[in-house]
Design a protein around this ligand. Structure first.
Ligand code: MF3
Ligand code: CO
Length: 259
């Protein structure tokens, strides 16, 4: 079932989204060479607690995962695309880091992610991240009341494939609200004019996940969570939670870093 949110429920998701954006901004500022992904996780945990919110990933246990998710953020480095578990990995100059975070506040959720380079990045990594952001922006621009899910998917996929990049297979965006993952699923590739009609009150997370090597295939680490490119190439992830409104798309996680 697809639940349309009232205006005050959308505002509640936006309040959660403000915390997500602020915490991701602080994580970005601390993501320097020598810092571990576990330290970034503890920073996020402290800031979320200070804000009176709850981390949505911690303890999340979908049926496909071997264990409940053990972190507050996902920290995915280089060939890790998404769901990297924070830990002892120390960031190095030239690493490509993707950070994903969702929080609940007063029963409502928002979800966002960004990618960045540590120190001076390689031009091809910067181009990959910029394309992820452009694909997300195109998806958001297509998220107009009366348009369809396929229009969003087509907009995202066209930018990614136009850059010659791969799109992580079997993964995409999703509805957000009381839960982090709700109906509908939002594909990163599709046919315009097809699928669910977008109505005001629909809240969805759009999240292109790009692979530099051009392939879509992936593998899991032994931890059962971390998803890596099958070809070892680098990956980038950009995500916002948005609401469909009569006045166009509203970005509920506005202000998160974009590189
Ligand atoms: N934004 C990601 C998603 O929607 C993050 C999920 S991480 C998890 O799938 F740990 F919660 F699974
Ligand atoms: Co998400």
């Amino acid at each position: 079932m697809i639940e349309l949110k009232t205006a005050s429920e959308v505002d509640a998701c936006a309040a959660a989204g403000k915390i997500v954006a602020d915490v991701l901004t602080a994580v970005r500022a601390h993501a320097k060479p020598g810092v571990t992904t576990g330290e970034l996780d503890r920073l996020a945990a402290d800031l979320i607690a200070d804000a009176g919110a709850t981390p949505s990933f911690l303890g999340y246990h979908p049926s496909w995962a071997p264990t409940p998710y053990p972190g507050v953020i996902c920290a995915s480095v280089n060939d890790a695309i998404v769901h990297g578990i924070p830990g002892t990995q120390r960031l190095r100059p030239g690493d490509l880091l993707s950070v994903d975070l969702a929080v609940h506040l007063d029963g409502w959720c928002a979800d966002a992610a960004f990618s960045t380079v540590i120190g001076e990045g390689a031009p091809e990594d910067v181009a990959l991240i910029e394309t992820a952001e452009r694909a997300l922006a195109a998806g958001i621009a297509a998220a107009q009341a009366g348009a369809r899910l396929g229009d969003i998917a087509h907009a995202i996929g066209t930018v990614v494939r136009g850059g010659g990049y791969g799109l992580l297979a079997d993964h995409g965006g999703h509805g957000v609200g009381r839960s982090m993952h709700e109906a509908p699923s939002v594909s990163n590739e599709g046919r315009p004019g097809r699928g669910l009609v977008l109505r005001p009150g629909l809240v969805i997370a759009l999240e292109p996940m790009l692979q530099a090597g051009g392939a879509d295939s992936y593998r899991h680490d032994p931890d059962g969570w971390t998803i890596r490119t099958a070809d070892g190439s680098r990956a980038a992830h950009a995500e916002h939670t948005i609401a469909i409104t009569e006045d166009g798309p509203r970005v509920l996680t506005a202000g998160r870093p974009d590189c």
